[in-house]
Ligand binder design. Structure first.
Ligand SMILES: NC(=O)c1ccc[n+]([C@@H]2O[C@H](COP(=O)([O-])OP(=O)(O)OC[C@H]3O[C@@H](n4cnc5c(N)ncnc54)[C@H](OP(=O)(O)O)[C@@H]3O)[C@@H](O)[C@H]2O)c1
Length: 274
């Protein structure tokens, strides 16, 4: 039996992943959330529930200790919790940006540090990090969110090489546009756009508009279960890939960026965010 712990399962990709993985007879799934009441219904899937806030060191340590006491080790950690704090580089509130990094980067890093000793002792284990296509390409107004996902990519690349001798594997899942609470959280972080003196007002409004339209476009955006299926593969494959870029549209955008180079991609974005 393989023990899997997943962060951020109250909604979206994390919740869909629990719903998919908990059905499997070969996995014991620990669904976690900072407010465990928000995932009470997931008990019906067979998943076990634990409180876990990735910005709270004690909560992370307690969750890891609970699973290790029951199973000896965590076999697979899925670092999924995360969100987008958007805003122009010049005007974004850096305290809010720091808080986002605490969740998207340092939470992932600390939880990884906490599970690795158990995995090394067992001589096996797997870490699946949910990054983003935004860890490969950058759009204006998303800079600080992209920075957090580029950090996840770099940490994952280093980690993969460091832990390989201990029998531990690392995979990165990079979703494109997925219909979850993510889009609404981003829109909230952009604010009302009512400040007429904001020099970035038009750009922010254009990004907001384009994102809303893109999430509503079935050719560009898809359901969280589409990512959950890929996470299932990353969790269960004998030899997981280093990266899984999810959705054709995301693959298209990442490859376009590589082919076009920075200046041409900027131009495409300028046309897109007019
Ligand atoms: N949706 C997309 O288009 C998209 C694209 C690329 C990558 N992603 C990535 O996919 C992951 C999941 O996002 P989602 O799309 O499923 O969005 P979501 O529906 O907003 O889910 C985010 C989850 O993260 C949890 N979370 C936030 N802060 C946390 C903390 N401090 N401790 C523990 N959990 C915390 C939230 O829990 P609460 O209910 O407690 O807030 C929620 O369960 C994120 O890493 C995101 O960056 C999403």
């Amino acid at each position: 039996m393989t023990t899997v712990l997943i962060t951020g399962t109250s909604s979206g990709i994390g919740r869909a992943t629990v719903e998919r993985l908990a059905r499997r007879p070969d996995l014991t799934v620990y669904a976690t959330a900072r407010n465990v009441a928000a995932i009470a219904d997931l008990a019906a899937t067979g998943a076990r529930l634990l409180p876990l806030d990735v910005t709270d060191a004690a909560s992370m340590a307690a969750a890891v200790a609970t699973v290790e006491a029951a199973h000896g080790q965590i076999d697979v950690l899925v670092n999924n919790a995360g969100y987008g704090e958007y805003g122009p580089i010049e005007t974004a509130d850096l305290d809010r940006v720091r808080t986002q990094f605490e969740t998207n980067v340092f939470g992932l890093a600390r939880l990884t540090q906490l599970v690795l000793p158990g995995m090394r002792r067992a001589g096996r284990g797997r870490i699946v990090n949910v990054s983003s296509m935004g860890g490969r390409i950058v759009f204006p107004v998303g800079g600080y969110y992209h920075a957090s996902k580029y950090a996840v990519e770099a940490i994952s690349d280093a980690l993969r090489q460091e832990v390989r001798p201990f029998g531990i594997q690392v995979a990165v899942v990079e979703p494109g546009l997925i219909r979850t609470r993510f889009g609404a959280t981003v829109a909230r972080s952009l604010g009302s756009g009512s400040d007429v003196n904001d020099p970035y007002r038009d750009l922010v409004a254009a990004v907001d508009r384009t994102m809303t339209a893109s999430y509503a476009n079935p050719l560009l955006a898809t359901t969280p279960d589409r990512v959950a299926r890929v996470i299932e593969r990353a969790v269960t494959a004998r030899r997981p890939r280093t990266r899984y870029l999810v959705t054709l549209a995301a693959q298209g955008m990442v490859h376009t960026r590589r082919l076009l180079g920075a200046r041409m991609f900027d131009l495409v974005n300028r046309l897109q965010f007019r």
